[in-house]
Design a protein around this ligand. Structure first.
Ligand SMILES: Nc1ccn([C@@H]2O[C@H](COP(=O)(O)OP(=O)(O)OP(=O)(O)O)[C@@H](O)[C@H]2O)c(=O)n1
Ligand SMILES: C[C@](O)(CO)[C@H](O)COP(=O)(O)O
Length: 273
């Protein structure tokens, strides 16, 4: 029984606006894809790594991953038109001995090894689909075009919205990666959703929603604020703080979650409702 991690890294990073594909953008001098790969290996839960890369950057990814000397087998797969298509392409390359699959975003480069191990252990315990969920700290509203799009018979500009629901935030979670699956279930979910994969506007935004669409249960383990997705240049600057904070904690031996001084507040604030 072996575990593979599919590390999605084939996106361009248009919202980050860097010259390099997002996964090759350095954070403290190290490409995001290498940060993510090191934490996957550091979890001790991953036997094989499959990285999706943009078609025109495969050689660059190969060089970066070779240089990282990860210590487990690593293969590269050309990504598809959407994240869903990229994961499907990687799934098709897995060897037969793999029974558990973690799907993780290079864009969540600082997701800690402890989170990765937690998700994998939950799948090994018999839960066939597992996602990390982080608590929501803001009040969330559901909106729709105001007045159904018209007021007193006059059409309203599309940007005029009204609140149609105030969901209970205790029942909400932000879905992170890695997401962990029994391999056969994930393959079945991707096969059923394959018709959506090549159209970015219709493709599933994560793998667990494909499993849920089959009517199968998806379980939730506690997420981690450090697993936040790096989407914009501001996220990248915040990730520098998170990384520096984690390194300081490693050196001091103080778990940031136990720190009463406030020095590590950025790590544990996101854990509270
Ligand atoms: N066709 C795609 C699109 C995205 N991804 C990966 O899926 C993860 C989540 O995607 P996102 O953060 O949205 O990255 P990008 O698509 O690169 O960002 P943008 O939408 O800003 O271009 C990323 O690790 C990205 O590399 C992928 O493997 N294949
Ligand atoms: C998979 C994911 O990271 C879970 O939150 C997210 O859905 C990816 O979304 P994106 O639009 O591809 O960034």
């Amino acid at each position: 029984m072996s575990t593979a991690a599919i590390l999605t890294a084939a996106g361009s990073g248009s919202r980050l606006g860097h010259l390099l594909p997002k996964a090759l953008v350095p954070l403290a001098g190290v490409p995001l894809v290498v940060h993510a790969a090191r934490r996957l290996v550091g979890s001790g839960a991953v036997d094989l790594l499959v990285v999706t890369a943009p078609a025109d950057s495969v050689a660059d990814f190969q060089a970066v991953l070779d240089g990282a000397q990860l210590g487990i087998p690593v293969s590269l797969v050309v990504g598809g038109a959407s994240r869903q298509a990229s994961v499907a392409a990687a799934l098709a390359q897995l060897p037969p001995e793999i029974s558990v699959v973690l799907v993780h975003d290079a864009a969540r480069a600082l997701a800690p090894s402890s989170l990765i191990a937690r998700v994998e252990a939950a799948v090994r315990s018999g839960l066939r689909a597992v996602v990390p969920g982080a608590r929501v700290t803001d009040t969330i509203i559901e909106v729709a075009p105001a007045g159904g799009g018209a007021l007193d018979g006059r059409p309203l500009a599309g940007s005029v919205l009204e609140v149609v629901d105030n969901p209970d935030r205790d029942a909400l979670r932000i879905v992170q990666t890695p997401q962990g699956f029994d391999r056969a279930l994930l393959v079945r979910a991707h096969a059923a959703g394959a018709h959506r994969a090549d159209d970015e506007t219709r493709a599933a935004t994560d793998d667990a929603s494909l499993v849920a669409a089959l009517g199968e249960a998806v379980h939730v383990v506690t997420g981690d604020p450090d697993a936040a997705k790096i989407t914009t240049s501001r996220d990248l600057r915040l990730a520098e703080i998170v990384l520096a904070d984690a390194r300081a904690a490693d050196q001091s031996g103080v778990d940031p979650a136990d720190d009463q001084t406030g020095a590590h507040a950025v790590r544990h604030l996101g854990d509270r409702p």
